[in-house]
Ligand binder design. Structure first.
Ligand code: PLP
Length: 368
């Protein structure tokens, strides 16, 4: 038998939201609504779909490893030089490449408890210790992160808004933090949900800060509705970007992802509709949850995290919703055992979810 490394044997892999087909198979339900993976309820950007369709006849070709045309367009769109941009199969792939390309054995990374599971898993994959500091009211405590810095710290990971809590830190908090982090430590600022947070005046746009030790990540999975296509973008210092190109798989992101993303960048209407629907859906949730006394986080993303008294109540609530065809996400694997995350939906999905949640809340007499 092949002897596996201990850290791989012990690795707890990424656990995705339950697929609709799986629940349909298990429960034989006819109506199922999935609000578990922060996907775009409007579907994919229509302009991206059109571009992908028109490129299918090129599938016999290997793709451009540097995504030249896409990077050029991203450079114009975001006003960032091309040398500072890399694309990959989702920002999750970039998280992996950053740890692989930057860390050596014995290095450590820091983030907060209760953040994106992808960061924990990627650190574990490379056997890099991930120090997790405590949260302050479901929000990153940036001072706790600063206090945890040691001579072993190589990277600090921050998601803003954060997943699964949706909370955000402000521009002044971030700027104070930036000024205090030694420039030998890379700060990874993951802005997967930036579209939804931009309306807040105090939201810091990571691309406004050009610091050599700051890397900003964006994804086309959420606001452009292209989670299935896999396209993530990293913006950072030129040498770092070159290092990441060395470790990246050569033919990612795939050709369809590249053309889809290029077209999506022009789909201004789709972004507008996405932001508007998100606001409507989450506001409906907030109104109804307030009426029944269900607590939730102050989210700047396209989701809320419901807060329960304890882990077993959160799990029971999640399971009871599943039994009724509503797929939500228990946040235990993110490090918040008493949370359940729900993302915005179409208005029909929102109504369905409210109906199920009220029924479950009533039937199990949830203690909040
Ligand atoms: C904060 C955060 N970063 C990254 C990702 C992964 O995005 P992608 O689909 O680009 O890999 C997610 C997905 O849920 C996320 O919430």
């Amino acid at each position: 038998m092949i002897k596996l490394p201990k850290h791989i044997e012990n690795l707890i892999p990424y656990k995705a939201g339950k697929p609709v087909e799986e629940l349909a198979r298990e429960q034989g339900l006819t109506k199922i609504v999935k609000l578990a993976s922060n996907e775009n309820p409007l579907g994919p950007s229509p302009m991206a779909v059109e571009a992908v369709k028109n490129s299918l006849s090129e599938l016999n070709r290997y793709t451009d490893p540097k995504s030249f045309l896409l990077v050029k367009k991203l450079s114009q769109y975001y006003e960032v030089p091309q040398e500072r941009i890399i694309t990959a199969s989702g920002s999750d792939a970039l998280l992996q490449y950053i740890i692989y390309g930057v860390c050596e054995p014995g290095d450590e990374v820091i983030t907060s408890q209760g953040t994106f599971i992808g960061w924990y898993v990627n650190a574990d994959k490379y056997n890099i210790k991930c120090v997790r500091t405590i949260m302050d009211d479901f929000t990153y405590d940036l001072n706790a992160i600063l206090a945890a810095i040691s001579e072993k710290t190589k990277i600090i990971y921050l998601a803003n808004p954060n997943n699964p809590t949706g909370t955000m830190f402000t521009r002044s908090q971030f700027e104070e933090f930036l000024a205090r982090v030694p420039d030998t430590i890379l700060i990874v600022l993951d802005e997967a949900y930036t579209l939804y947070a931009r309306k807040f005046k105090e939201y810091p746009d990571g691309l406004k800060y050009e610091k050599d030790n700051l890397m900003v990540l964006r994804t086309f999975s959420k606001d452009y509705g292209l989670a299935g296509l896999r396209l993530g973008v990293g913006f950072g210092e030129q040498n770092l970007i070159q290092a990441l190109y060395k470790v990246k798989l050569p033919f990612e992101p795939n050709m369809l992802a590249q053309v889809g993303a290029m077209a999506a960048l022009d789909d201004i209407n789709f972004l507008k509709e996405t932001a508007e629907l998100n606001e409507k859906s989450l506001n409906k949730f907030r109104t109804e949850f307030d009426k029944i006394g269900l607590r939730y986080t102050k989210s700047a993303g396209n989701f809320l995290m419901l807060i329960f008294h304890d882990e077993s109540t959160a799990i029971q609530f999640n399971n009871e919703c599943l039994n009724r065809g509503l797929i939500l996400r228990h946040t235990g694997s993110f490090g918040v055992p008493n949370g359940v995350r729900i993302n915005s939906g179409t208005l029909d999905e929102t109504e369905f979810a409210i109906g199920v949640i009220k029924e479950v809340f009533e039937s199990i007499k949830v203690e909040v």
